[in-house]
Design a protein. Structure first.
Length: 172
């Protein structure tokens, strides 16, 4: 991201903010889609993330890290939405039947594995994203979600097993 553009955003320049939005919206939308299923929730969280990005951009120390910083804000907004809407970590047994009812038609590899995440319970999906995709360690995930490291590890293990089952069932 251009340093001057970010400096203009710090001065609340609406044109600069629009350019940043246009450059980042697609990437941040994809981040939201990994955590949330509902398009309305994704749009809401994306709007909240951009609001926070533009109101807190003055706190950004290193403009070279803007994209990572914006992504982290977006992930945190997704997690906040999940926590606010419902109990993030409900019993895994409650979802065993749902997971076995995943569609059996062949999925294209592009829509693929990330699409299969939608068949996981929200807690498992969030932890899988944080660990496998975002690269957070279990200790940090546990802190972010106010759970134990053991819960983080067991939810990740459950997510991996279910994803493997879904991949086998889909012949991917």
């Amino acid at each position: 991201m251009e340093r001057e553009l970010l400096l203009e955003c710090q001065c609340n320049d609406r044109k600069a903010q629009r350019k940043v939005y246009e450059q980042m919206a697609g990437r941040l939308y994809s981040v939201c889609k990994r955590y949330l299923k509902n398009d309305e929730d994704i749009e809401e969280v994306l709007a909240d993330a951009f609001y926070k990005i533009f109101t807190k951009i003055g706190q950004l120390q290193n403009h070279d890290t803007f994209e990572v910083w914006a992504k982290k804000i977006t992930v945190n907004e997704c997690l906040q939405k999940l926590r606010k809407d419902k109990n993030l970590f409900i019993s895994l047994e409650d979802h065993l039947n749902e997971l076995s009812e995943a569609p059996s038609e062949h999925i294209s590899f592009e829509k693929d594995i990330l699409g299969l995440l939608n068949f996981l319970p929200e807690g498992c999906r969030a932890i899988f994203n944080l660990f496998a995709i975002e690269g957070y360690p279990h200790k940090e995930i546990a802190s972010m979600l106010s759970i134990s490291e053991g819960t983080s590890k067991s939810q990740l293990n459950f997510a991996r097993k279910k994803l493997q089952e879904l991949l086998v069932n889909q012949n991917i």
